[in-house]
Write a protein that binds this ligand. Structure first.
Ligand code: COA
Length: 297
């Protein structure tokens, strides 16, 4: 789909994306790049990173790939240093690296719980912490009036409760909390905006296929009149919006991009029945006979 934004809205900016070589992270890399940013992608698998960089180059986007694990502080430091050494500055950090698997709580070991917290929550904090000196106003390559921006990819799982996702729900709740705390502290002190994006069900992603078995997946698409399935593009456009000056007054929020999926629940009564009932209840509360219009009394 064509972008509604001008191609140069992120011209001259440099973005580093963890998990930026695959899935939603890769689409964000593409769209930030198509809107003028230079891209550094970080991930654990060299072959995945190499192929992402090749694809970005084929689109004419300046890009480098850096192998690293967000759970390792030394990797975070090295990848950030390499990004700034290569491109001269850093403006945008996207924390898209995440771990996930379906598991009933009783079968999840504390180490399994900790592993996902380590990737999603501690990894996000580590990347933000090590990126601060490059993102704040007056940092290398930047002038003294404009700070950078951080976007943390979250979820809606923890707004209610989600079956077999206790570890990811806890991790994303922590991510949202990190978003708010850093927006408060770093927005005030360093002019850095920190926001989140919470995707709904997005087709053609690892999350979609990994968390929904094939038999559910086919029903999900057909039987979901209100719960539309989103595209990676929808999330990437939210990222372009938040990273651009259009988002300059947005700080500390997590933008839900899910077509109202998390709010969706079946209606317990047909709409026509509700209309009849609500009138009847009103008349009853005014002691008017139910069923006889007021004008006929
Ligand atoms: N069910 C229950 N426990 C699981 C599990 C599963 N499907 N997968 C991993 N675990 C547990 C392991 O048993 C281990 O705990 P233990 O030491 O008590 O046995 C712990 O989690 C760590 O597993 P390990 O395989 O060593 O971790 P890893 O660092 O190699 O992998 C994961 C991290 C587990 C998150 C892995 O799924 C991953 O990296 N996935 C790629 C990213 C991804 O999933 N993205 C999805 C986006 S929605």
């Amino acid at each position: 789909m064509e972008s509604p934004f001008k191609a140069e809205v992120l011209k001259g900016k440099v973005a580093l994306l963890t998990g930026g070589a695959s899935g939603i992270g890769y689409e964000i890399s593409v769209q930030l790049g198509k809107h003028g940013a230079s891209i550094a992608v970080m991930g654990r698998r060299k072959n995945v990173i190499d192929s992402a960089v090749e694809s970005l180059h084929s689109l004419g986007i300046p890009a480098i790939g850096l192998v690293g694990d967000v759970r390792k502080r030394d990797d975070a430091v090295r990848v950030l240093e390499s990004t700034v050494k290569h491109f001269g500055r850093l403006d945008i950090l996207v924390n898209a690296a995440a771990g996930n698997f379906l598991v009933p709580s009783e079968d999840l070991s504390p180490n399994g719980f900790r592993t996902v917290l380590d990737i999603d929550a501690v990894g996000t904090f580590t990347m933000c912490h090590e990126a601060l000196k490059y993102l704040k106003k007056g940092a290398p390559g930047k002038d003294s009036s404009v700070g950078g921006t951080i976007m943390n990819i979250s979820a809606t799982l923890h707004y209610t409760a989600t079956w077999y996702q206790i570890h990811v729900s806890a991790a994303k709740a922590a991510v949202d909390s990190i978003t708010r705390s850093l927006a408060l502290e770093w927005g005030t002190d360093y002019d850095i905006r920190v926001n989140g994006i919470a995707p709904g069900p997005i087709e053609d992603t690892a999350g979609f296929s990994k968390l929904l078995p094939q038999e559910i997946l086919s029903k999900f698409k057909v039987n979901a009149p209100t719960t539309k399935v989103g595209q990676k593009w929808d999330i990437a456009m939210a990222a372009v919006y938040l990273a651009s000056t259009a988002g300059k007054y947005i700080n500390g929020t997590t933008l839900v991009v899910d077509g109202a999926d998390w709010l969706t629940k079946p209606s317990h009564l047909p709409k026509e029945r509700v209309k009849q009932l609500s009138r009847a209840v009103e008349r009853r509360s005014r002691n008017e006979p139910v069923g006889i219009p007021k004008s006929k009394l």
